[in-house]
Design a protein around this ligand. Structure first.
Ligand SMILES: [Zn+2]
Length: 563
């Protein structure tokens, strides 16, 4: 069951078999449980991956991945499955993976929205934004409803010849439709472009695009800056109202060892970070520095730029999206969080230096021609369907064709999928190896005479991030200090010192800057280290244990036997 391939979109049953098969083959590394149920009652799988021989998952710093909250972005699930596979098969041979599973833990929800995906992969397919729950109105409103009308399993575009159309055929490639020029007045050969579908309550004249009956967007249903429908479309009736989101939020909150969070989506070939609504100076300075350093590493490994949504990925310059999972994870929990938008046909076609969202409003026609060439040469023409006639039951003779958006834009084409997702599994491991990690540097006993001993424990954070992970976590009171607790056997007694001592937060290697500077922040002293001391009365040969724990930096223990 390790011969999985990452070149296709997994239906739910196959995905379920794949992760359970991996768990059966690697029981010491991978456990799969149900985290909750979807709207239609499907299990939402949660994979926990760590080397159990070196400690339980909840005593190790964790990285959390959620995939496929959006119904058609199914490449995200393939990527999540790739990550799980990369971890369990790389253990013991890949040094980074081995280290990550020995010292840390991964939680992966490979498909948060199984219902929406089943609709997208059905025959005929139905493409939703997210949940299959009908919302906000129970009835179908009039207008064009997108669907596969000729039964070929695809939902494409209809072009309708119309003297008042806004599109015309490009002279260099008859498949390409481009906007009519602003001074191109009067009749001619023009077209109207409509989604493939039929018109509900057609009056013979008007063809509005009907609002989708299932218009929830689960990634607007999270608590951070949640807004009602009138302000944020698809947000649902209240934060975490939807079972998928409630499951996700409860899963994350119940695992306070999570230090990092990646949401897998498609598409654009970019890694996004908060905020959507605020510029970068909204961050505590330390957090912005960490985000930039982590993002730089992400780019080195994956080739994707790591950008702020506010600065580089706004759908509309005047509005910002609220209620998204990554913003909730960072802003409420103080966890470094990202949204990976896998795959970009634009990049694949060799177009560089484009703005992710703006490109769709405005770009040179050479880009379109280039994309068609890429389709012909790299995809053997599979991504773009040349226009073919169809007798539409309501509109009469139309043509159907254009980009197969679902298979070529929203998702990576099969031949390119594995190579696209693979580097991101490495990036998840690298991110995880940057998390804080508690270690005992020394645990010693000095004799004071008369059966008295002074015990000294020195602990340190050996990770890159501080134990609190972010400054935001401290601001939100989302983390507690490092604790050291002593356990004495019968016959031994504590003379001085609290049995449980709080040792504050410990800095990580991130404290080092590019160059040792003479001004503020140049030297790092020993902020990564702390000590605890006790005086005990105990007989020679007594064994004493201390437990050091931090919700994010893990739990470690040390034992000594008095001489
Ligand atoms: Zn998405």
């Amino acid at each position: 069951m390790t011969d999985l391939t990452f070149d296709h979109l997994y239906p739910y049953a196959e995905l379920t078999d794949a992760i359970h098969g991996l768990a059966a083959a690697h029981p010491d590394l991978l456990e799969v449980v149900t985290a909750g149920q979807s709207h239609e009652g499907r299990d939402i799988w949660l994979a926990t991956i760590t080397n159990r021989a070196t400690g339980p998952h909840d005593e190790k710093p964790a990285l959390f991945v959620e995939a496929n909250i959006h119904a058609t972005e199914i490449t995200a699930s393939t990527a999540a499955l790739h990550l799980i596979h990369h971890l369990v098969t790389g253990f013991g041979t890949d040094d980074a993976v081995t280290r990550a599973l020995d010292t840390r833990c991964f939680y992966v929800i490979p498909r948060l929205n199984p219902d929406g995906v089943e609709m997208a992969l059905a025959d005929p397919p139905k493409f939703l934004r997210s949940s299959t729950r009908i919302y906000p109105r129970p009835d179908q409103q009039p207008g064009l409803v997108e669907q596969d009308i000729d039964g070929d399993g695809r939902v494409l575009t209809m072009r309708v010849a119309d003297a008042n159309g806004a599109w015309k055929i490009h002279p260099d490639d008859a498949r390409l439709l481009v906007p009519r020029a602003l001074d191109e007045d009067g009749p001619g050969e023009y077209y109207r472009l409509l989604p493939e579908g039929t018109i509900h309550e057609y009056d013979g004249v008007l063809v509005p695009i009907a609002p989708e009956q299932r218009s929830l967007d689960l990634n607007r249903n999270f608590p951070q800056e949640w807004l009602p429908e009138g302000s944020q479309q698809g947000a649902g009736p209240f934060p975490t109202s939807e079972p998928e989101v409630r499951t996700l939020v409860e899963t994350v909150v119940a695992r306070p060892n999570i230090c990092a969070y990646i949401a897998y989506h498609t598409f654009s070939g970019v890694i996004l970070r908060p905020y959507g609504g605020y510029p970068d100076d909204h961050y505590p300075t330390a957090d912005l520095r960490s985000y930039q350093a982590l993002g730089k590493r992400a780019t080195e490994i994956t080739g994707y730029q790591a950008v702020s949504v506010f600065h580089d990925f706004k759908y509309d310059p005047k509005t910002s999206i609220t209620g998204a999972s990554d913003e909730w994870a960072y802003d409420h929990l103080g966890i470094f969080s990202w949204t990976t938008e896998f795959w970009s046909p634009i990049t694949a076609a060799g177009i560089t230096d484009f703005k992710y969202i703006d490109w769709f409003d405005e770009h040179p026609v050479e880009d379109d021609l280039r994309l068609l060439r890429w389709n012909d040469e790299t995809l053997d023409g599979a991504g773009f369907v040349d226009w073919y006639p169809f007798d539409h039951p309501q509109l009469g003779r139309v043509e159907i064709g254009g980009w197969d958006f679902f298979r070529t834009w929203t998702n990576a084409p099969p031949s390119l999928m594995a190579a696209e997702v693979a580097p991101h599994s490495e990036w998840a491991v690298a991110h995880q190896l940057a998390s804080p990690l508690l270690a005992v540097r020394a645990f010693t006993a000095d004799p004071l005479g008369n059966g008295l001993w002074r015990l000294r424990l020195v602990v340190e954070n050996t990770g890159w991030l501080p134990t609190n992970v972010s400054a935001k976590a401290l601001e939100r009171k989302a983390v507690r200090p490092v604790e050291a607790e002593i356990e004495l056997p019968d016959g031994a007694s504590l003379v001085l010192g609290d049995p449980r001592q709080e040792l504050g937060q410990l800095a990580g290697h991130a404290r080092a800057r590019q160059m040792l500077a003479m001004f503020d922040g140049g030297f790092d002293s020993t902020e990564d280290r702390a000590k605890a001391e006790w005086v005990v009365h105990a007989a020679a040969g007594t064994t004493i244990t201390v437990t050091v724990r931090h919700s994010r930096a893990g739990t470690t223990r040390a034992t000594l036997t008095l001489p």
